[in-house]
Design a binder for this molecule. Structure first.
Ligand SMILES: [Zn+2]
Length: 276
């Protein structure tokens, strides 16, 4: 799981960038070691048909949010190495800036334009949805979560003229209700985070991903891919802790004071963007 391929970021956003040079090293490593890239949808289709349908040394590169540098930097690099990828787009910010990153001091990061998204899709990169306003879905009421999940899919389909079948949970947060809404909305897969290697027995609506960081070197990447361990992979204890938020908010979400405030803000943003 990559986010922005760029060299500069505020301190709070820094974990979400990988420099173009480091990204190039990752891709060179994957190419030299004969990895076969797949989109997320190709992966879940292969999962459906059984383990034997996976290509040798499969790898799935995903990019969250829809930063403009995917078009200017990541895409040319992927094409040079002959790799595909899945890009997850938060649709409200297309043609604008990363306004949801205000607290990270990154609200002016340029996002993709719709014509760039269309060119990316035409080049064979899968475009999936990442909600409309990038809220933590585990904090929303089911009806607002549904709007986020459905509206982003509809907008992408309208602009791309094709079916959008994959989804990624913002921040990786989801509950059993959110998972069910994603499934009911016509997606065939959804990416979580989990900080571990995915496998053909993963839940297709909660696929595990590794967070690639600015200091993830080729050695760390190689260790994770070949052995499923190393610095990119969280310990079982940390993975259990990461799930506590989901469990607590899923069951007791309505008791959380912040819950309705976020719900109201998200509904307002969705409504005003419908009006535009
Ligand atoms: Zn995101």
């Amino acid at each position: 799981m990559y986010h922005s391929i760029s060299s500069y970021a505020s301190p709070k956003f820094r974990p979400c960038i990988v420099s173009p040079e480091v990204f190039e090293e990752h891709l060179s490593y994957l190419e030299q070691h004969h990895y076969t890239s797949m989109t997320v949808t190709q992966f879940v289709q292969a999962m459906d048909q059984g383990w034997g349908k996976l290509p040798p040394r499969p790898v799935i590169l995903t990019f969250d949010d829809g930063y403009e540098d995917f078009y200017t930097c990541a895409l040319p690099a992927l094409q040079r190495h002959g790799f595909v990828a899945t890009l997850y787009i938060a649709t409200m910010f297309v043609g604008g800036t990363s306004r949801w990153l205000q607290r990270e001091g990154e609200s002016l990061r340029p996002m993709l334009m719709w014509d760039q998204v269309a060119k990316i899709s035409a080049s064979g990169i899968e475009c999936g949805a990442h909600t409309h306003t990038h809220p933590p879905l585990d904090m929303l009421s089911p009806s607002v979560a549904r709007s986020e999940i459905v509206h982003s899919k509809e907008l992408l389909e309208e602009h791309l003229g094709q079916h959008v079948s994959s989804f990624a949970y913002p921040f990786g947060y989801y509950t059993s209700v959110v998972r069910r809404i994603v499934q009911e909305s016509g997606y065939t897969s959804a990416c979580a985070i989990k900080h571990t290697i995915s496998s053909p027995v993963d839940d297709p609506y909660a696929l595990a991903r590794l967070a690639i960081k600015p200091d993830t070197d080729v050695h760390d990447l190689a260790t994770a891919l070949s052995s499923g361990c190393g610095p990119l992979v969280a310990s079982p204890v940390k993975r259990i802790r990461a799930n506590v938020r989901q469990g607590v908010r899923g069951v007791y979400g309505k008791l959380w004071a912040g819950w309705s405030a976020i719900d109201k803000r998200a509904s307002k943003e969705i409504r005003s963007s419908y009006a535009n």
